[in-house]
Design a protein around this ligand. Structure first.
Ligand code: FAD
Ligand code: UDP
Length: 370
């Protein structure tokens, strides 16, 4: 017997919403269910005091994929925001990512050659490391001792709750390292923030799609499964399989918010606090994502936390042990032809938004050609 829906989609984040949009456009009937009391997953923004607040952490869209950029811009306009965070280390300010401004602030070097010579000196004692096995080794051979100790070690160990020697090297390779006076945090061709916030983007994607909030898939899984021909699951993969191979590790966050009766608190959207002694990693001043001029300002301190029952899983911890556990779950997932696992939690990948868009569109293509 024909079921009521073609697709039951678990989660109204970016992955679930793109999938729902594309399939609805193709005449399929979709039901999106969402555990939270709002749509948009971790890119949810809420308008407070006229400011679009990034409720689950700062989100800057960046990509070099023209198709992805045009795709997201087809729903809402994006502004010209370029992420240029400032690092505060013991009260001194440095530009990020690591570039000529940073090198000047650290050592007074003024030319690329002077900076290069200084960095060579800084990394001389780590020259023997040819195949970095962890974030610490990778950072030391990239920029040497001062950059590692002032701008990386403290931030990294707060963020991940473990020694930098236990964190995969690829995580620090996310950050550009360049010998130009360029404070753009990303190397990508396109970058911006949706005008009106990310919730507006997801609302557009979900236009005409049936969405039910405050429903946890696992509260009535077999009934919900019976409603649709296929399931698209964007929650945690270990939870889907009832943790039968054990819990995957995630890093969580706590956000401390304040509305301040002043127009401009820190003069920048993102200021990182890179020393270990300060318990938060960064302060976000949301209005600067959209060049806001409101009389008040809204700031958020981001405190990394261990993942415990009832907290949100924000970052997968892609070390070897967890990758092995994930592979066990993936093997089970591959045996379920009527369930699609997609997105940051279901694929246990440190995906940025553009990668989620790419992946969701790829999955849509393969569904259409089945
Ligand atoms: P999610 O947004 O997590 O959506 C999954 C949804 O499924 C959630 O709404 C959840 O409530 C729901 N769900 C889960 N389980 C169930 C269930 N059992 N029943 C019902 N619903 C369920 N990317 C960038 O490109 N740039 C950035 O600057 C950036 N900054 C980030 C900052 C932080 C602090 C974090 C955590 C991430 C950042 N990202 C950034 C990554 C970005 O958030 C993700 O790539 C993207 O949001 C993932 O979308 P998703 O749909 O896979 O997952
Ligand atoms: N990082 C750092 N110092 C900083 C900013 C980042 O050492 O001031 C390191 C840290 O290990 C972090 C990684 O670089 O986890 C990736 O940073 P990114 O800003 O990409 O993290 P996200 O935005 O995903 O939290």
């Amino acid at each position: 017997m024909q079921k009521e829906y073609d697709y039951l989609i678990i989660g109204s984040g970016l992955f679930g919403s793109i999938f729902a949009h594309e399939m609805t456009k193709r005449g399929k009937k979709c039901l999106v269910i969402e555990r939270r009391n709002h749509i948009a997953g971790n890119i949810y923004t809420e308008n407070i005091e006229g400011i679009n607040v990034h409720k689950y952490g700062a989100h800057i869209f960046h990509t070099s994929n023209k198709e992805v950029w045009e795709y997201v811009n087809s729903f809402v306009e994006f502004n010209r925001f370029t992420n240029s965070p400032i690092a505060n280390h013991k009260g001194k300010l440095y530009n990020l990512p690591f570039n000529m401004n940073t090198f000047y602030q650290l050592w007074g070097v003024k030319t690329p050659q002077e900076a290069y010579d200084k960095i060579e000196e800084q990394r001389a004692e780590y020259k023997h490391i040819t195949d970095p096995q962890n974030l610490e080794e990778q950072a030391l051979i990239l920029g040497g001792k001062d950059i590692y100790e002032k701008l990386i070690k403290g931030y990294t160990e707060k963020q991940w709750g473990r020694s930098a020697t236990e964190i995969p090297a690829f995580i620090i390779r996310r950050l550009p390292f360049r010998f130009t006076f360029d404070n753009n945090y990303f190397n990508d061709t396109y970058q911006g923030i949706p005008t009106g916030g990310y919730t507006a983007l997801i609302e557009k994607m979900l236009e005409g799609v049936e969405v039910k909030l405050n429903i946890d898939y696992f509260s009535d899984k077999s009934y919900l499964d019976s409603l649709a021909e296929k399931v698209v699951y964007t929650g945690k993969i270990d939870e889907y399989f009832d943790y039968q191979f054990g819990h995957l590790d995630y890093r969580s966050l706590r956000f401390e918010n304040e509305i301040l009766d002043q127009p401009n608190y820190q003069g920048n959207a993102v200021v990182n606090y890179t020393e270990r002694a300060i318990p938060y990693t960064r302060i976000i001043e949301h209005k600067h994502f959209e060049f806001g001029t409101q009389p008040k300002t809204y700031i958020t301190k981001e405190y990394p936390e261990d993942m415990t029952e009832g907290k949100e899983a924000y970052y997968p911890i892609n070390d070897e042990r967890n990758q092995q556990v994930y592979q066990n779950y993936k093997t089970l997932a591959d045996q379920l032809p009527n369930v699609i696992f997609g997105g940051r939690l279901a694929e246990y990948k440190y995906y940025d938004m553009h990668q989620v868009v790419e992946k969701a569109l790829e999955v849509v293509k393969s569904e259409v050609f089945i």
